[in-house]
Design a protein around this ligand. Structure first.
Ligand SMILES: *Cc1c(COP(=O)(O)O)cnc(C)c1O
Length: 373
């Protein structure tokens, strides 16, 4: 039996080999390796795609978050509200600014931050909210926009898993004050290394981000603030520009695979397929199910699938408030019950654009087989 991996990163290259090789050679021969025309071209393409005025290429999605927060004026001692059910980098970025991550529990159905619980966590130190569009499902932005307007706090969208997702028809990243994307190889649009992008309509945030990514240097050689070395490589930008043309097609394939999974799994009582808000369009970056029945042992299911050559992953096994690194913030087990329940029950199944229907059927059949035993 063929192995079914979580994600597959070589076939995209195989299908675009010549074009990608040419793009890489073009950069090598140009001698422009950092920023330059390839990065500027890619920035324009992303800005157009997202429908925003500015896009700023940086070294990673994590850096996009850190720089965005700083550009929004987040300072040491400030508070930034976010979800505990996300990748570590979301809250890590807050802590890197010297700010305090203030977690708000998630909505059980969407796994995204529960907007109804945000307001009670807003204090006079709250500077920003980071909604995460987890697994490519847009967060409830209207409710968050209202709170942001009422309390004058910035919204930094973590779109690392959500490029090509739409909230009520609008591209994610263009809804809050600033959006952050990641081009980590396994994301929907993956580089051959690290990369990230900041998008915004706010000229001040855009200017601050450009300054911060380059040692705090404005236009002259004088540094006006403490910055970073966080720029997008020209080779990565050139590769990404080739792949970007296929993103919508790949996302559509992902969506089709996700809906086939859901169709096949609705009849399986023990499993809750991902919920999709009807006004939104998902990017289907992960296909994450919930094991409804407390009696199903997730590890045994994973082992069974592994034995049958099917890879799985858990996004995420530890809620952020329970990570050792955030101990200093004083959180404890039991603080965010929905997030803690999700960490025990979720399971991500293989999903990549090239995945065939018969492979999806096979994965579901193996799950059913396990549940019947
Ligand atoms: C991948 C990811 C990041 C970080 O992106 P990098 O490019 O790996 O630094 C941040 N937040 C979320 C939700 C992610 O999935």
């Amino acid at each position: 039996m063929m192995r079914i991996p979580m994600t597959e990163l070589t076939s995209q290259y195989t299908s675009l080999k010549e074009e990608i090789n040419n793009a890489i050679h073009r950069v090598i021969e140009s001698g422009r390796f950092i920023l330059g025309p390839e990065v500027e071209g890619f920035e324009r393409e992303i800005a157009t795609y997202c429908g925003v005025k500015y896009a700023i290429g940086v070294a990673s999605g994590t850096d996009a978050l850190i720089i965005s927060l700083m550009a929004c004026g987040v300072k040491p001692g400030d508070e930034v509200i976010t979800t505990p059910f996300t990748f570590i980098a979301t809250a890590g970025a807050i802590a890197h600014c010297g700010a305090i991550p203030v977690f708000v529990d998630i909505d059980r159905r969407t796994y995204n931050i529960d907007p109804n619980q945000i307001e009670s966590k807003i204090s006079n130190k709250t500077r920003a909210i980071i909604p995460v569009h987890l697994f490519g499902q847009p967060a409830d932005m209207d409710a968050i926009l209202k709170l942001s307007a009422k309390h004058k706090i910035k919204i930094v969208e973590d779109c690392a898993q959500a490029l090509s997702a739409k909230y009520k028809g609008k591209e994610v990243g263009s809804i809050g004050d600033v959006g952050c994307f990641s081009f980590y190889p396994s994301k929907n649009l993956g580089a051959f290394g690290d990369g990230g992008m900041i998008v915004t309509n706010d000229s001040q945030i855009a200017e601050m981000s450009m300054i911060l990514r380059q040692h705090g240097v404005k236009s002259t050689h004088e540094s006006v603030m403490l910055g970073f070395n966080s720029r997008l490589d020209a080779i990565q930008a050139a590769i990404l520009r080739v792949k970007f043309k296929h993103l919508d097609n790949w996302t559509n394939l992902r969506r089709q695979i996700a809906s086939l999974y859901s169709q096949l799994l609705t009849e399986v009582e023990e499993i809750e397929p991902p919920y999709v808000e009807k006004n939104n369009t998902i990017s289907a970056s992960y296909y994450t199910i919930r094991l409804r029945n407390q009696l199903i042992d997730r590890d045994s299911l994973r082992q069974y699938l592994a034995l049958k050559n099917v890879a799985t992953a858990v996004h995420y096994p530890i809620s952020l408030h329970l990570h050792q690194v955030f101990k200093t913030f004083g959180y404890k087990q039991g603080d965010f019950l929905e997030s803690e329940l999700a960490q025990e029950q979720v399971l991500s199944l293989p999903l990549y654009p090239e995945m065939r229907n018969d492979q999806v059927i096979e994965v579901v059949d193996i799950i059913k087989e396990f549940l019947r035993r």
